[in-house]
Design a binder for this molecule. Structure first.
Ligand SMILES: *Cc1c(COP(=O)(O)O)cnc(C)c1O
Length: 458
């Protein structure tokens, strides 16, 4: 891909078209980009469902033996091939050695986090001791707010965006209402979109913090908004919150493994994320939590547990002093999780992100090429992209709206072997994941979308 360095996705696609002497919309362009993609071999490390393996059963319009077009890694990442082997090894170890598996074998369970936490920390831009793998995301959020939400009479608001994910909304609400100050009238201060705009402007977020900051205890934002796919300027939001004395935390469910994060350098106070979306740990995979090490000795409650003891003294059970602060106090990870972090680590976040910008840019390019928002052409299907165009303001997901009923479009796509995600009221979320999706997947999706839109209008 080096020959395209410095070019925008649009310039790259057009340059390849010219090089091959074909229109930029041609499938040859996708094939060429796949051949040039240094991360291409990673796809073979994942198991891709075939069309016939997916619901619904009415698939007369698709070739059942083909790989499905999987664009829903933002909801559940694909299974790494090695996951089964790792799981079987652990099950065998458990069956054959029982409790000795804690300390024996190739990946002793008792030290599992030693292998994983550094790699996980690299993925989110943190120091190892700032990161823990534990519980589910929502539980971690509740725990983190328990430590970071410290309302006083004058500073008790929590700043949320208006369309916050239910977990963010409920956990902040719970923290506010039940734990501390049910008597306060103002619960949250919410950032609202400008009229007619689909995403938030950074300056509006910073403006609210500037105006209301003195009364805000915690700024609680998503890294990437799950519905629109907007990637927020976490560094700027954090700095603005700190200037006003607020704690700033992020729900990175859609950002971890998708955007380049620098949680430590940005001085984010706390964060949480799940591992089953872009990190491919499988359903029920442990979630992540981050607490900046500047809070090491001060934040209370510290949520400590025996696993936070220095490993050399952990089993002395003396309740003594060597308790290392940090969220890893609660960490007991199963070493099967190692597999997904390993695949990730092999690729490297920077290389993944580079491919991601081009892959999603290619998707956007083809949508704009084929579809109009021009209201004077009502007979043509309209496709609108809610997600910002600027790659700095998005991850891999594009959120699409259609002039046709969303349920019909979704149904027709499913029939044709596309796995994507419909969100009420009117959005289709499409996420080409750089780990395993190809440029040809994107091209197939666009062709399939054309057929689905034609079918949904008849
Ligand atoms: C997926 C997602 C969650 C999921 O929380 P769980 O506790 O894993 O169910 C939470 N927050 C956001 C923003 C999400 O996108």
């Amino acid at each position: 891909m080096e020959q395209f360095e410095g070019l925008t996705p649009t310039q790259t696609v057009e340059r390849v078209g010219a090089l091959l002497g074909c229109p930029p919309s041609s499938a040859q362009v996708a094939q060429y980009l796949d051949l040039q993609d240094p991360l291409r071999p990673l796809r073979d490390e994942f198991l891709l469902p075939r069309v016939s393996q997916l619901p619904p059963s009415d698939q007369s319009v698709a070739d059942g033996s083909a790989d499905c077009i999987y664009l829903v890694g933002n909801s559940l990442g694909l299974q790494p091939r090695l996951a089964r082997q790792y799981l079987e090894e652990e099950l065998d170890k458990w069956a054959q050695t029982g409790v000795h598996g804690h300390t024996e074998g190739c990946r002793p369970w008792a030290w599992a986090e030693n292998n994983i936490e550094q790699m996980m920390a690299d993925i989110v831009g943190a120091n190892r001791e700032e990161v823990a793998l534990m519980n589910g995301l929502t539980v971690n959020l509740h725990l983190l707010l328990l430590s970071f939400y410290k309302p006083t009479a004058s500073r008790h608001k929590i700043l949320l965006e208006a369309k916050a994910f239910p977990s963010d909304h409920v956990s902040t609400y719970t923290a506010h209402t039940y734990l501390h100050c049910s008597s306060f009238k103002v619960l949250f201060h919410i950032v609202k979109k400008q009229k007619g705009e689909e995403t938030l402007r950074t300056e509006d977020i910073l403006d609210v913090i500037e105006r209301e900051g003195e009364s805000i205890a915690v700024v609680m934002f998503p890294g990437i908004q799950y519905y629109t796919g907007q990637l927020f300027d976490m560094a700027a939001i954090t700095a603005a919150g700190h200037r006003k004395g607020c704690y700033v935390g992020f729900d990175c469910a859609h950002a971890a493994g998708n955007a380049l994060l620098q949680l430590h350098d940005w001085e984010v106070d706390f964060a949480c994320w799940c591992s089953y979306k872009y990190l491919n740990s499988g359903p029920g995979g442990l979630a992540g939590a981050f607490i900046h090490d500047k809070h090491k000795d001060t934040i209370k409650p510290a949520l400590t547990g025996w696993w936070g003891h220095d490993v050399n003294t952990r089993f002395q059970m003396n309740n003594g002093k060597s308790c290392i602060f940090g969220p890893q106090h609660l960490t007991v990870v199963s070493s099967r999780l190692l597999v997904w972090v390993k695949v990730f680590h092999k690729a490297g976040m920077a290389a993944l992100r580079r491919k991601s910008v081009l892959l999603t840019g290619y998707l956007e390019y083809l949508i704009r090429l084929h579809y109009t928002r021009d209201p004077s052409q009502p007979q043509r299907a309209h496709v609108a992209i809610l997600t910002p165009t600027d790659p700095q303001q998005r991850g891999c997901q594009l959120s699409l709206c259609f002039s046709r009923p969303i349920h019909r479009v979704f149904q027709e796509l499913e029939k044709r072997g596309v796995a994507c995600d419909m969100r009420e009221p009117s959005v289709l979320r499409v996420a080409p994941v750089p780990l395993y999706n190809s440029f040809s997947d994107v091209h197939r999706f666009i062709e399939t979308l054309g057929a689905a839109l034609r079918a949904s209008s008849s």
